[in-house]
Design a protein around this ligand. Structure first.
Ligand code: MG
Length: 265
């Protein structure tokens, strides 16, 4: 099942996609899929980020080949950081290169877990039963802030628009064996499979739930494969006018244009 959050005629809501139709639901998807009986053509709605998360957890260095290209040892436990929830945008919305740090803005294709039930101290074998589904994420990162200027990653990972999510939440897939890739202006920059992850989705949900109570809608970004821009020779960073796509088998494609920051101080 594909769960979407959408805007139509000035209203926002949730629905499920069947073919080219959005069947709207009442309430929130983690409270149950209660169809209202209303149907809208998919082409008539604007898809939003499929969830407005109360928290965005993210995992660093969770693909073996990405740890290798970054020059880091494989972590003994998941490396957790947080992204500001205000950085979430939906499919088709612009990633804005911030005036404060426009020069080294990088992409990171990631499988994003969406929690469906309040979750605390869950065992690995039970963890996936707390998951609503999965969506595509882009852990956009200002590398100059993250790697050169700051010791904490919060700033480099949390500029407005730095967390594209979408286009929908897929509830039926194997999250630990899915092809994942990223295209920049149509050229494949990352191509891997979630089976290269060091810590599986169930391990990540269990581990994060031992840190914090994971509330419905919480997103866990599961880390990115190799091929990010800063590790290329020469490095590749995003520029105004670019288009970046995250493609995950079993979910779909999250596409976002890239723009300059038009706001001045
Ligand atoms: Mg990342």
């Amino acid at each position: 099942m594909k769960i979407v959050r959408f805007e139509a005629k000035g209203q926002t809501g949730y629905g499920i996609i069947e073919g080219q139709t959005v069947k709207t639901i009442s309430g929130l998807p983690w409270d149950g899929i209660n169809l209202t009986g209303n149907e809208l053509p998919l082409a008539s709605v604007k898809l939003l980020a499929p969830v407005h998360p109360p928290d965005v957890f993210a995992i660093g260095l969770n693909y073996k080949a990405h740890a290798d290209e970054s020059g880091f040892k494989y972590p003994a436990a998941p490396v957790i950081f947080l992204k500001a929830t205000s950085s979430v945008i939906g499919p088709g919305e612009s990633i804005i290169l911030p005036n404060m740090a426009p020069d080294e803005v990088d992409y990171e294709a990631e499988l994003a877990i969406v929690i469906g039930k309040t979750c605390k101290n869950v065992r690995e074998e039970d963890a996936l039963s707390y998951v609503l589904g999965y969506t595509c994420g882009n852990d956009v990162s200002a590398r100059d802030c993250q790697l050169k200027q700051d010791t904490q990653w919060a700033r480099g990972k949390s500029f407005d628009t730095f967390c594209p999510l979408g286009p929908w939440i897929e509830t039926d897939m194997d999250p630990d064996n899915a092809a994942i890739s990223l295209k920049l202006n149509g050229e494949t920059m990352q191509s891997s499979n979630t089976n290269d992850m060091i810590f599986s989705c169930s391990q990540l949900v269990s581990y994060c739930s031992r840190v914090a109570t994971l509330r419905p809608g919480t997103v866990i970004m599961t880390g990115t494969p190799s091929g990010v821009g800063f590790s290329r020779k020469p490095p590749v960073f995003m520029k105004p006018g670019d288009t970046v796509e995250v493609i995950i088998d079993g979910i779909g494609t999250l596409s976002n244009p890239v723009s300059a920051d038009s706001l001045s101080m």
